[in-house]
Design a protein around this ligand. Structure first.
Ligand code: FES
Ligand code: FES
Length: 152
């Protein structure tokens, strides 16, 4: 069954049609063609599909598109402003916290959401915010260092 939903994605309003079973991830990638949000496991285990929905990081593979009707969504494409990388993005580059980059949009989006809530999170809070974000390449230490550097 088709549903018409409205999404405000990265400050742009979209009116789209989705099926009942479509996920927010599907809507973002396949309908809006914002492919920065990655599909890893597709079942809530890896964090690669994380976006911010009404200020809260969510795994978009676990949210039905119809549940996101009327919500404000920020994807990785909406993080940098006017082509200028954020401090988080720059810190990831400087710390070498990116290798293949597949997990990176999910990490960045989750950290941006954390730093909006709390400017100087403790290491334990950073670790908690990143719980369940999997990275197969960097080993996490470079990622933590990057975040700690800017949150000091
Ligand atoms: S693709 Fe959503 S958590 Fe892995
Ligand atoms: S940089 Fe490759 S999975 Fe994280």
């Amino acid at each position: 069954m088709k549903h018409k939903i409205n999404l405000n994605v990265n400050g742009e309003k979209h009116s789209i049609e989705v099926e009942s079973h479509h996920t927010l991830l599907y809507a973002i990638r396949e309908i809006l063609h914002l492919t920065g949000t990655k599909k890893g496991c597709g079942e809530g285990e890896c964090g690669a599909c994380t976006v911010i929905m009404d200020g809260v990081p969510v795994r978009s593979c676990l949210v039905l598109a119809v549940e996101a009707d009327g919500k404000d969504i920020t994807t990785i494409e909406g993080i940098a402003k006017d082509g200028k990388l954020t401090k988080v993005q720059e810190a990831f580059i400087e710390a070498g916290a990116i290798q293949c980059g597949f997990c990176t949009p999910g990490f960045i989006v989750a950290i941006e959401a954390l730093l909006k809530k709390k400017k100087n999170p403790k290491r334990s809070e950073i670790i908690e915010a990143l719980g369940g974000h999997l990275c197969r390449c960097t080993g996490y230490e470079a990622i933590l260092k990057a975040i700690e550097k800017i949150s000091k």
